[in-house]
Design a protein around this ligand. Structure first.
Ligand SMILES: C[S@@+](CC[C@H](N)C(=O)[O-])C[C@H]1O[C@@H](n2cnc3c(N)ncnc32)[C@H](O)[C@@H]1O
Length: 273
């Protein structure tokens, strides 16, 4: 509960900053100008951002671009877990077309207000933003073709439950296509904590093999975890130095171990759980 309240407060403040003309991140637009944040910068290309309200782009707090990597077909139903200012929902809505539908799910009122305002400005009809938690998705069983998400599942204190819920609402044959922060291999606890603080993962990212195991436990098949950006200690130097950490001493332990990844999995076609 404490994690959830901290997350809600942090993203409520980020939404208000954007709504009052600022940026969700470090003083510049992450997505538009490639600001100092190597996690959220330059995720979307100009063709994508040009068709969106500027506030939706400014509010981008993801660590990947799930809509660029996911297969989305006209007429399909897409659900974005932790939709924030709505950037991936609006992009998905265009891809599935008027016969399809894109849902965004978020627990933070300020983000939902910002997303709904962005939808209004974008003039997109086949979109609905739902209030709720990704651990308890307010949609029926087997109702969604594709689940996307952008840097949210790492924030949950109960990732097994999130993945079980994702499995439940997907139709048999449905696709899980998510960007998230993942770690790989053993990292000393205090280094892991500080790197994840830098990334913004309050609850902590899953280790690569744990992520795959959790997806398997939930019932998924065809699991694939593909790194999209690997971070090194230089990326985090300013933040870590500010925490009083000897960055050079920890460089070797960090190398190649923290990354954004695109995670794919499928709900088996015959599964009617
Ligand atoms: C890092 S931001 C990412 C937002 C968006 N996906 C993007 O790419 O810009 C995380 C978002 O997830 C939401 N969130 C975090 N934990 C959640 C939970 N357990 N249930 C629902 N929403 C959650 C936050 O309110 C916030 O809007």
């Amino acid at each position: 509960m404490e994690i959830k309240e901290t997350v809600r407060e942090k993203y409520g403040e980020a939404a208000l900053r954007v709504a009052t003309g600022g940026s969700s991140c470090c003083g510049a637009s992450a997505a538009l100008e490639g600001c100092c944040d190597p996690i959220t910068s330059n995720l979307y290309n100009a063709a994508q951002t040009s068709e969106l309200p500027q506030e939706a782009v400014l509010a981008s707090l993801g660590c990947g671009n799930p809509t660029a990597l996911a297969q989305l077909n006209p007429g399909e139903t897409v659900l974005d877990l932790g939709s924030g200012g709505g950037i991936d929902v609006l992009l998905s809505a265009r891809r599935v077309g008027p016969s399809g539908k894109a849902y965004g799910l978020d627990m933070t009122d300020e983000m939902l207000a910002l997303a709904r305002e962005n939808q209004r400005k974008a003039g997109v009809g086949n979109v609905e933003f739902l209030k709720g938690e990704i651990e308890n998705i307010p949609l029926p069983d087997s109702s969604v073709d594709v689940i996307i998400s952008n840097c949210v599942i790492n924030l949950s204190g109960d990732k097994d439950r999130v993945l079980r819920e994702a499995f439940r609402v997907l139709k048999p044959g449905g696709r899980f296509a998510v960007s998230d922060v993942v770690t790989r291999g053993e990292v000393p606890v205090n280094i892991r904590r500080n790197m994840l603080l830098w990334v913004g993962c309050i609850a902590g990212a899953l280790e690569h093999d744990e992520y795959a195991a959790s997806l398997t436990r939930a019932g998924f098949s065809h699991i694939d975890i593909e790194p999209t950006r690997v971070y090194n200690v230089e990326d985090a130097r300013a933040f870590l130095s500010g925490q009083g950490i000897d960055v050079d001493a920890m460089a070797a332990a960090v190398e190649g171990k923290f990354m954004s990844a695109f995670i794919r999995a499928t709900k088996p076609a015959g599964d009617i759980r």
